[in-house]
Design a protein around this ligand. Structure first.
Ligand code: NAD
Length: 392
């Protein structure tokens, strides 16, 4: 099939297998160019390891620390007429490169929320790893969670809390400003979002692993969070997803206590910066904010994507000379550059200037956003013939 991008409303429905492979290779080459990180991690389990921060974590663990990696993700294979999801191709590419480079890996596709999956995956982990797990990355991002015990399927929403929201968003393909109006969430919607994106499932995973004696002494587990600026506060940190992140951060404190007591281990939330992922592209106002942020951070030479962030996390915030570098709430902070005062001042100035499509183009780097979004789906990469037939 000749595969072209099909994008509408900031969602891409196709992905290119060779381009996704190239993207994974580029991330691997980045880590190789930066060198090894000294750590005690031999075995790592990555939940949500097929894209975004989870995939970047996996690549840093494998290529930066020689860790054996077992990754779980929820991806769709290709059918006769439809390409697979990018994460599916990323998984295939990672496996191919790891094999080539003599790294031990296993990649499982399944719903990590289910109790039966937890049992099966832990069984697989016992066979796969030579010993216990030293690091668990929890990087799931999704809108849906099925709770078999309750027989309920929860759906998360991205809504403000307390009052309705009205503001600008952007269609990054047509480069047009769009009006975003969102009604305030009700209690049910808040509860469902916390259930899907909060800390509950992370805790269940760690409890199950401890019960099966699969976590090593000094084991580490991380989950990713986001805070962000004033501009996105009403719909992000003060909204339904923010409530889920509050819950995730509170859960981290409890898991950390449990891990310290049982294993002298640690659980931390790592607050990452805003990047282009499939998840962030559909959060209202986020693409607009990220496009402005990219322009400012690129001008200051401090632009980072997932792989740069994850490498810096392990090298400078976890395995630094001083050990873990945490904030007052026991969180790792990778959004330090994003939230720097000079950066946020310039972003806010640009944000205020955006009133129409012309001022949008002058003040936001929509090209960079679009390029990165296309790259995520395997499009727009050097060295790929996009007019050629490709095996999907
Ligand atoms: P992503 O969409 O790129 O990746 C999500 C991963 O979760 C994929 O591997 C997917 O297969 C997996 N997944 C989804 N449902 C699953 C299920 N039921 N079972 C197993 N795997 C499942 O997302 P991302 O943007 O990298 O987000 C990861 C984490 O990082 C989230 O907690 C997110 O809030 C956080 N974060 C994201 C940003 C950002 O700007 N993108 C910033 C800071 C923090």
């Amino acid at each position: 099939m000749v595969v072209k991008p099909q994008i509408a409303n900031n969602v891409c429905r196709t992905s290119h297998p060779l381009g996704c492979r190239k993207e994974v290779e580029n991330q691997i080459n980045y880590v190789k160019s930066k060198g090894k990180i000294k750590s005690n991690i031999k075995n790592a389990l990555i939940l949500g390891g097929s894209g975004g921060y989870g995939l970047a974590s996996r690549i840093v663990l494998a290529y930066g620390m020689n860790a054996n990696t077992l990754s779980v993700s929820f991806e769709r294979a290709a059918s006769e007429e439809k390409t697979a999801t990018p994460g599916w191709y990323n998984n295939m590419a990672f496996s191919e490169f790891a094999k080539r480079d003599g790294l031990k890996e296993k990649t499982i596709v399944g719903d990590a929320f289910l109790e039966s999956s937890k049992e099966n995956i832990i069984k697989e982990a016992k066979n796969f790893f030579d010993g216990k797990i030293d690091c668990v990355i929890y990087s799931l991002a999704t809108g849906i969670r099925k709770d078999e015990k309750e027989g309920i399927t929860y759906r998360s929403t991205l809504k403000p809390i307390g009052k309705d929201y009205s503001g600008f968003g952007v269609d990054f393909m047509t480069e047009e400003l769009i009006q975003v109006n969102m009604p305030a969430a009700n209690e049910e919607e808040i509860k469902a979002t916390v259930k899907v994106m909060g800390g509950d499932d992370w805790r269940l995973w760690i409890e199950a692993l401890i019960k099966e004696d699969m976590l090593s002494e000094n084991a580490l587990t991380l989950a990713y969070s986001y805070i962000g600026p004033e501009m996105t506060k009403a719909i992000y940190r003060d909204g339904t997803i923010g409530k889920a992140k509050d819950d995730l951060e509170e859960t981290a404190i409890n898991i950390d206590k449990m891990m310290q007591e049982k294993l002298h281990g640690h659980a931390y939330v790592s607050v990452a910066k805003a990047v282009v992922t499939r998840a962030s592209a559909v959060i209202p106002a986020m693409p607009l904010y990220i496009s402005i942020l990219f322009k400012v951070m690129k001008d200051k030479n401090i632009h980072e994507g997932c792989i740069e962030q994850m490498y810096r996390q392990f090298r400078e915030k976890i395995y630094s000379d001083k050990g873990f570098i945490l904030d007052e709430k026991q969180r790792l902070r990778l959004d330090d550059l994003e939230l720097r005062e000079d950066v946020q001042k310039e972003v806010a100035l640009a944000w205020d200037k955006i009133k129409d499509n012309d001022s949008l183009k002058q003040n936001a780097d929509l090209n960079q956003f679009r390029d990165e979004y296309l790259h995520l789906h395997g499009f727009g990469l050097d060295g790929i013939d996009y007019n050629a037939d490709v095996q999907i």
